[in-house]
Ligand binder design. Structure first.
Ligand SMILES: C[S@@+](CC[C@H](N)C(=O)[O-])C[C@H]1O[C@@H](n2cnc3c(N)ncnc32)[C@H](O)[C@@H]1O
Length: 223
């Protein structure tokens, strides 16, 4: 008996923003493995499923990536319908590709269900189009978690050439904004910090690159 794994994008948080396919997979699931950013309301949509938290809290993983692969593979081999529920879109900065490769290597039948990525949904919900004729004809999505991840990309973009969407960027926002200003981006370039978009506790802070540099040392809880 062989089960099936669905790597499902949960969207930015509000259950109304799930895809119809994601909702169906949750309803049919025997086991749901979820991340920290996946809201509890979404888990209520999987009434038959056993739930297992595999996310990261306070910087520590409850289980490592290889352990998540093993959990999915073992459950599928037991014949279970597994939903691996991931924030946003599974293939945008969320290790969904690694999980697909692990399932592929183990010969497990699987699918990937796209989700609304926070990279575009969060700006949209704050009223910010990532492209706008005459202002930005493109956008880049980067990880702000470490300099090695963002520096080569930022250094290759002409100042002001496009909208930059930085995920996991709160901690290093001062460094990132400072790097852009040093490369010639105007200090007055508009910037926004977007927290918990689509969730009841979500909020937006509008600022500029100079404002991000100035506030860079302040502790902000969410990212
Ligand atoms: C590991 S990345 C995963 C991104 C996800 N795969 C996606 O497509 O949205 C997690 C980061 O996504 C961003 N994020 C996810 N959900 C968000 C939301 N509802 N509002 C704002 N940012 C969000 C945050 O920057 C967070 O640190």
């Amino acid at each position: 008996m062989t089960g099936f794994v669905s790597l499902v994008g949960a969207g930015p948080g509000d259950p109304e923003l799930l895809t119809v396919r994601a909702l169906r997979r949750l309803r049919d699931a025997d086991l749901v493995l979820n991340d920290a950013l996946v809201h509890a309301d979404l888990l209520e949509l999987a009434p038959k499923a056993q739930r297992f938290y595999v996310g990261k809290r306070a910087g520590r993983h409850s289980i490592d990536q290889a352990g998540i692969h093993q959990l999915m593979i073992r459950a599928a081999r037991r014949g279970q319908r597994v939903v691996r529920l991931k924030a946003g879109d599974p293939f945008v900065l969320g290790r969904g590709g690694e999980e697909a490769l692990a399932l592929e290597a183990a010969g497990i039948a699987y699918e990937v269900v796209p989700g609304l990525s926070s990279a575009t949904a969060a700006p949209l919900l704050a009223g910010i189009p990532v492209t706008h004729r005459g202002i930005a004809s493109g956008f880049a999505v980067i990880s702000g978690h470490a300099e090695a991840a963002y520096a080569p990309i930022l250094d290759g973009i002409a100042p002001g050439a496009m909208t930059l969407v930085v995920l996991m960027g709160v901690k290093l926002r001062g460094e990132i904004a400072g790097r852009l200003v040093a490369r010639g981006w105007p200090a007055a370039t508009p910037a926004a910090l977007l927290f918990g978009a689509s969730r009841p506790d979500g909020f937006t802070q509008l600022t500029t690159l100079a404002g991000l540099v100035a506030s860079g040392g302040d502790e902000l809880a969410t990212d």
